[in-house]
Design a protein around this ligand. Structure first.
Ligand SMILES: *[C@@H]1O[C@H](CO)[C@@H](O)[C@H](O)[C@H]1NC(C)=O
Ligand SMILES: *[C@@H]1O[C@H](CO)[C@@H](O)[C@H](O)[C@H]1NC(C)=O
Ligand SMILES: *[C@@H]1O[C@H](CO)[C@@H](O)[C@H](O)[C@H]1NC(C)=O
Ligand SMILES: *[C@@H]1O[C@H](CO)[C@@H](O)[C@H](O)[C@H]1NC(C)=O
Ligand SMILES: *[C@@H]1O[C@H](CO)[C@@H](O)[C@H](O)[C@H]1NC(C)=O
Ligand SMILES: *[C@@H]1O[C@H](CO)[C@@H](O)[C@H](O)[C@H]1NC(C)=O
Ligand SMILES: *[C@@H]1O[C@H](CO)[C@@H](O)[C@H](O)[C@H]1NC(C)=O
Ligand SMILES: *[C@@H]1O[C@H](CO)[C@@H](O)[C@H](O)[C@H]1NC(C)=O
Ligand SMILES: *[C@@H]1O[C@H](CO)[C@@H](O)[C@H](O)[C@H]1NC(C)=O
Ligand SMILES: *[C@@H]1O[C@H](CO)[C@@H](O)[C@H](O)[C@H]1NC(C)=O
Ligand SMILES: *[C@@H]1O[C@H](CO)[C@@H](O)[C@H](O)[C@H]1NC(C)=O
Ligand SMILES: *[C@@H]1O[C@H](CO)[C@@H](O)[C@H](O)[C@H]1NC(C)=O
Length: 587
């Protein structure tokens, strides 16, 4: 029954290498989120590098791939420690003669669909029930319609899951009519277009017209079937909120977002021309988006978006941290493993963003475009980092700058997280309740999080015992992956500890919870020895989330460790661990 673990490891060495890539560590931070990033050596090196490459692009030494004379931009990196960016860079295109003469963190840009993120934030901050049906508060939608309005909730609208068409009116291309007819599009007359909201043909739609026209729309998908991008959804949500609160969108925006967060350069277009970046090309600057404002008509600045990013990353932007965690989750998927959709996040999931330590990173982004403006805000909760790119000019600068910032800063954040986690890799010794010595070695190797290298109680290897235990009691989960990892549980609490330099006194510490993460080995033909076809078809299924906290011993989950950490004093932490032992692990 008991297998000889050491022999098995030798015999299955080749298989083990193959299974390492299938490890599924916890979702989210694999090591504690790095703090004090503005003082970090790798992060400072990366931001100095960013400044240098941007200067080189602007002085013509390297080709940025966009026209720097016609483009103004404000870019910055935010960390969860501070509402001011840890790094920022501004450029005013020489052809940009209008607007502000000095582009800085307070310069106003149209942010296009970043408005959707701000409007969703506003809705969540009002505390309305996001499961409410839109028909309850926009009674016009109870009319006869091919769209199943009764199934459409606030959340469906906010998260692009209503399946309704994206826009009303302005996605008609009447102004290109002669060109498109020449290109072979069927000929149309003015009467063929909607009666409102068509650029260059008629005036903006009134609320009554919008709600009348929308009843005639065909659905693009049934509600909750798949994500279908929608701007008009946000207008409907603004109508519903007006019904609930009695206040219009701009009033709600002021009351729930702009005033409480202290934003000074954010609002419904038109903004203040003397404070704006205005491109020399055709642009929407100065326009009034009327009822389309909630989905795309706001202006904002690097400073204001930094405040939103930082308060989101530190989980204080909604009434509880749990609500923020819920906001930073996908609501649906695309057909790509790399693209998920939230409310209204565009979530890019990649394993290639930190090449020296590849692992899954989710970037919660919202991009925005208005005529003459493109922008993107990106949040990486794993590192507590936000990346903000605002541009005024031709549309090509934004993706170039967003890629540049992400590719330079994320590897530096990973390096800093690893540097800060080095304090956990001491040989740890603890005395448990029964006066028996427990020892543990954590290693910062190339894999995810910390590796649990050695774990003994009174000299017996608990790692070996665990594998034997697993083969007796946990077989239904599949065999234990011997590569056992330790990750932060994202739970910490203040606690008191005996003072290591004066045992008659106590000191206040932060007790961090860490989790030992167990994974199981996938079913593969090589491991099982089965000659039946198809073995390994589902080998990428991630099991570790199903095993957290599962195994208890005397009322305690065995995968949970606590460790007190002095705020800001790494040296003291090491001494404390060595001298008094802090691992409350039992087996
Ligand atoms: C700066 O960027 C260049 C080009 O990407 C890279 O080769 C170099 O390692 C970077 N230096 C630092 C300190 O990040
Ligand atoms: C361009 O900027 C880079 C980075 O600041 C600098 O090293 C280089 O000397 C500059 N080149 C010219 C021609 O000004
Ligand atoms: C989050 O950051 C804000 C400052 O932007 C600060 O006032 C607040 O205390 C922070 N909250 C937490 C939980 O860190
Ligand atoms: C608000 O919604 C209620 C319930 O559907 C409806 O009776 C009322 O007429 C609406 N008010 C406005 C101003 O639309
Ligand atoms: C919203 O209400 C305010 C205050 O009543 C008013 O000044 C403003 O014009 C309204 N905005 C819209 C878009 O109706
Ligand atoms: C626009 O900005 C300028 C410069 O900051 C300021 O002097 C002016 O009062 C602002 N105008 C409005 C209407 O806020
Ligand atoms: C600057 O603004 C003026 C007045 O609105 C306009 O006539 C002119 O075309 C603008 N110039 C550029 C380069 O945007
Ligand atoms: C810059 O903008 C001007 C004015 O719209 C335009 O004539 C010119 O072609 C643009 N240059 C580039 C490189 O895009
Ligand atoms: C543990 O050791 C201490 C000091 O050696 C002793 O006072 C205590 O009774 C022991 N506790 C147990 C449970 O053996
Ligand atoms: C594990 O720790 C024990 C006790 O400190 C030690 O005897 C043993 O050599 C260590 N094993 C490894 C693989 O480090
Ligand atoms: C610890 O190990 C020693 C030596 O193997 C043994 O004599 C002792 O009984 C063990 N103590 C406990 C509490 O298991
Ligand atoms: C950040 O750095 C400052 C100054 O060096 C220090 O006072 C503070 O304790 C540090 N905070 C953390 C969380 O390391």
């Amino acid at each position: 029954m008991f297998r000889n673990t050491k022999l098995q490891l030798l015999a299955t060495g080749a298989v083990l290498i193959a299974t390492v890539s299938a490890i599924c560590p916890v979702e989210g931070p694999l090591l504690a989120r790095p703090t004090n990033l503005s003082k970090s050596i790798p992060v400072s090196a990366a931001t100095r590098n960013l400044t240098k490459v941007l200067q080189s692009a602007l002085n013509g030494t390297i080709n940025p791939g966009f026209n720097t004379a016609n483009t103004s931009f404000s870019v910055g990196i935010v960390s969860l420690d501070s509402p001011s960016p840890i790094w920022e860079f501004h450029h005013r295109g020489t052809a940009n003669v209008n607007g502000t003469s000095k582009v800085d963190a307070d310069t106003q840009y149209l942010v296009g669909s970043i408005s959707k993120m701000i409007s969703n934030l506003m809705i969540l901050r009002t505390g309305v029930d996001t499961e409410a049906k839109i028909t309850e508060f926009v009674p016009e939608l109870k009319g006869k319609s091919a769209i199943d309005w009764e199934s459409i909730t606030f959340e469906a609208l906010g998260a692009h899951l209503s399946g309704i068409p994206p826009n009303s009116g302005f996605s008609e291309f009447y102004y290109l009519l002669p060109v498109l007819e020449q290109l072979g599009f069927p000929p149309l007359t003015k009467d063929d277009f909607p009666d409102c909201g068509v650029t260059a043909l008629n005036t903006a739609c009134s609320k009554e017209q919008l709600l009348q026209n929308v009843l005639n729309y065909e659905p693009i998908a049934p509600p909750f079937q798949r994500p279908v991008y929608s701007s008009f959804s946000l207008s409907l949500l603004a109508y519903a909120l007006q019904n609930i609160t009695g206040n219009n969108y701009t009033e709600l925006l002021n009351e729930y977002v702009i005033n409480p967060l202290g934003l000074v350069n954010t609002g419904a277009s038109p903004g203040n021309t003397s404070r704006a970046a205005i491109p020399p090309i055709d642009s929407s600057w100065g326009g009034d988006y009327l009822d389309n404002t909630p989905g795309g008509g706001l202006f904002s600045s690097l400073s204001d978006l930094s405040i939103i990013a930082q308060r989101t990353l530190n989980k204080s932007i909604l009434s509880t941290p749990a609500e923020v965690r819920k906001w930073l989750k996908p609501s649906s998927f695309t057909s790509s493993l790399n693209s998920l959709v939230g409310m209204p996040w565009e979530i890019f999931r990649s394993t290639n963003l930190t090449p020296s330590h590849p692992h899954t990173i989710d970037i919660y982004s919202k991009s925005g475009g208005a005529f003459g403006y493109t922008s993107q805000i990106s949040l990486v909760d794993q590192y507590g980092i936000g990346i903000i790119v605002l541009t005024a000019g031709p549309a090509d600068a934004q993706p170039i700058l967003s890629d540049l910032l992400a590719a330079m800063i994320l590897p530096a954040a990973e390096d800093e997280a690893r540097t800060q986690s080095a304090k956990y890799t001491n040989h740890l010794t603890a005395i448990d309740k029964t006066n028996v010595t427990i020892e543990m070695d954590l290693e910062l190797d190339s894999g995810p999080g910390l590796k649990l290298k050695n774990f003994t109680r009174n000299g017996t290897s608990l790692l070996d015992s665990l594998e034997k235990f697993w083969s007796i009691a946990m077989v239904q989960f599949g065999p234990l992956d011997p590569d056992i990892r330790v990750h932060p549980a994202d739970i910490s609490n203040p606690a008191m500890m005996p003072n290591p330099s004066n045992s008659s006194t106590e000191i206040e510490v932060i007790k961090e919870e860490w989790l030992i993460t167990f994974s199981t080995q996938p079913n593969t033909a090589a491991r099982i020895g089965s000659e039946l076809p198809g073995q390994g078809a589902m080998k990428d299924w991630c099991t570790s989330w199903q095993l957290a906290g599962w195994i208890n011993w005397g009322g305690e989950p065995i995968d949970r460790c606590s460790s007190p950490v002095f705020e800001g004093d790494v040296k003291a932490i090491n001494e404390l661990k060595l001298e008094t032992g802090v691992i409350e692990e039992e087996f």
